[in-house]
Design a protein around this ligand. Sequence first.
Ligand code: GLU
Length: 430
Amino acid sequence: MLRVRFAPSPTGYLHIGGARTCLFNWLYARKMGGKFILRIEDTDLARSKKEYLDEILNSVKWLGMDWDELYYQSQRFDIYKEYAQKLIDSGKACQKDGAVFFKYDFTSVKFNDLIRGEVIFNELPKEEEVIVKSDGSPTYNFCCVIDDALLEINCVIRGEDHISNTPKQLLMYQALGLSIPDFAHVPLILSPDGGRLSKRHGATAISEYRALGYLPEALANYLMLLSWSPGDNREIISLNEARGIFDIKNVNKTGAAFNLDKLKWINAGYIKTKSPKDLEDLAYEYLTGKNFLPAGTSKEYVGKVAFLLRERVATLGDILDSGRFCFYDDYAYAEDTAPILAKNMAKEINALGEKLTAMSDFGVAAIEKEFRAVCEAAGIKAKELVHPVRVALCGRRNGPGLFETMEVLGKDAVIKRLERLTQYWGSVTK
Ligand code: GLU
């Protein structure tokens, strides 16, 4: 049975590269009917933090993955100690100043990588490396090998940045007489300019994307496509579908560049296709979490707003800006509305206000009918009134469909906002 593991160190948040490695492990385990193991590499007691651990576990779950077994290296120090003793007893390691050192005796080392093919390391120096520090904490290349062997991991899928550790680990397997797993080193996620992806290119932690209002299924979908493809130029694929077809051997060797626009496009696509109810739940949870909603805002109202804006937002976070007018009416009219505001249409707006006030069914169709009647009576084209009314309702030139917006805002808010615009005209013409 296939046993794979994701082995994050809780010395930082789960970043997009780690999350993609985790996804590949999880997908492969699920595809093969194997086990997905989460191993927390928290041997560095000083740098490991509970805050990071919680974030990693939450982010893995949030992205839609589950694990079959969970281990903490900090709880396995006795095991590493025992193996260090074995190495000392067999003369392969020595103790100096309270620390234990292992001597890598390189000649030539090679292994067959499932993604990259044969990888050969020639003429590596004879190097000594500490495997247990003087404070008793074991180091990465040592415990990684012991755990991969004892947890019966038979395929190690990890970032390409660990290729350089692999020859050392192979020698460690040999020294300890443990059986060697398969390896698959996945290419790194690159910055848009082809370099190393860093903070400078934007958010790197999964929790940051969550805070920005990305949906987990969209982020998982996007990350999967970095260095893997389901074929047929497909770009939208769920974890559920991917777990049916994923094969680690089909991951590309070359690094893929992170493209925020593409991620946004995918996220926007997922938002657009949510059911009104799901959208309501998501938006309400998100906006509540941001402490954004005025006291007393109903969940139902948030749902209507989110549905109104669904074609215009790429993330839930976009609602904070482009949807603010739905929750607050203290906005100033945007500067670029000046040409629209230059024409005083108080008469028509007042007429519209009167008609709307008299309405009992404040639905889109009825609103549109009254609106057109007012324009006709005034002898103007509908669009002449659409622009100032939109400015009145949203403070901006652009926004979602005007009649839909009116329905969502509700009669009282619409009337109030129309009055505000006529007052504005009154004040500038005085
Ligand atoms: N703790 C290591 C890391 O986070 C794990 C590397 C590995 O998968 O072997 O990079």
